[in-house]
Ligand binder design. Structure first.
Ligand SMILES: Nc1ncnc2c1ncn2[C@@H]1O[C@H](COP(=O)(O)OP(=O)(O)OP(=O)(O)O)[C@@H](O)[C@H]1O
Ligand SMILES: [Mg+2]
Length: 283
């Protein structure tokens, strides 16, 4: 029987379109539901109750965990789980959970004040990275190459950041700015690509026009990915690693990953893999 899937997201981008188009061949009807149209809060029936599963792809770093929590309460099957999304949305909490499970993460300092910032700069000599605890799409992630530019940059955090936007991490600049992006569907590592800067911007986010190429199989990558899955449970994730002289570390886990760059670099049909996983979960 055809199963009905709601993609809850802020918009239909390339990924959502691929999933909607792949649906019928996989026995799924896939419908976009605007994440601003739900007004959740009833504990039993909600606007999402008529779907067999909810694929949560809000790009906002505050909506996903809230929607997933309330949708799960009212009985919806939500992918990824509210627990996993809530962990991934907060870079400091996620790293703490991973570290507790012996999954390697970068060294970092939680910076809540200018004095924290000054201490972090002493502990990690530039180049260092300053980034928001809650953030996405590379926004406000800043590379501080020289100590003399650091405090004037921090003025923006202090003067213009509101409440939780002031919570930051400071960490060493790693891997020369390259990332290893691991795309996981269920408990399977379906594709791995190396992301490097496209040259216009130091960051390598796909949204900023990065370069990506397929990466060779590496048992160390598989081991770290499995360690992350032991913490988060199966789901659909973009796990970003940095390669360091001591091995890979997990920078972050994206709970609503873009997959165009990995799909194009590796030739993997990610939408089909996700559709197959949804079928498996619902069977
Ligand atoms: N410690 C670091 N060393 C080197 N490069 C870094 C470091 N931290 C971040 N970057 C660069 O900045 C980019 C954005 O940082 P990060 O992935 O941590 O946040 P984000 O992309 O905004 O979050 P999300 O992926 O959840 O949208 C990374 O893709 C990488 O290119
Ligand atoms: Mg990122």
């Amino acid at each position: 029987m055809t199963k009905s899937i709601a993609i809850v997201a802020d918009r239909i981008a390339w990924e959502e379109r691929q999933l909607i188009e792949a649906g019928p061949d996989l026995g799924l009807t896939v419908e976009w539901i605007n994440d601003e149209s739900l007004c959740l809060g009833q504990s039993d029936v909600t606007a999402l109750s008529r779907f067999d599963a909810i694929l949560l792809r809000s790009r906002s770093y505050t909506r996903g965990g809230l929607i997933a929590t309330l949708a799960e309460e009212s009985g919806s099957r939500v992918i990824n789980s509210a627990r996993a999304i809530n962990l991934c949305e907060n870079k400091a909490v996620l790293r703490t959970a991973l570290r507790a499970a012996n999954v390697p993460v970068p060294e970092f300092r939680l910076v809540l004040s200018r004095s924290d910032f000054a201490r972090a700069l002493k502990e990690f000599a530039p180049p260092v990275v300053l980034k928001p605890v809650y953030g996405g799409m590379g926004k406000r992630v800043a590379l501080i190459r020289d100590a003399d530019a650091a405090h004037s940059l921090y003025d923006y955090v202090e003067d213009l950041g509101h409440a939780f936007e002031q919570a930051c991490l400071v960490e060493p600049f790693l891997a020369g700015g390259a990332s290893t992006r691991c795309l996981v569907v269920g408990d399977v590592l379906v594709g791995v690509a190396e992301f490097t800067t496209g040259g216009e911007d130091w960051r390598n986010n796909a949204a900023l026009g990065n370069l990506s190429r397929a990466a060779a199989d590496d048992p160390e990558v598989t081991k770290i990915v499995n360690g992350v899955l032991d913490v988060l449970g199966p789901g659909i994730y973009g796990i970003d690693l940095f390669q360091t002289s001591e091995g890979y570390v997990v920078n972050e886990v994206n709970h609503a990953p873009g997959f165009r760059a990995v799909a194009q670099a590796t030739g993997v049909n990610v939408a089909d893999a996700i559709g197959g996983y949804l079928q498996e979960v619902l069977s």
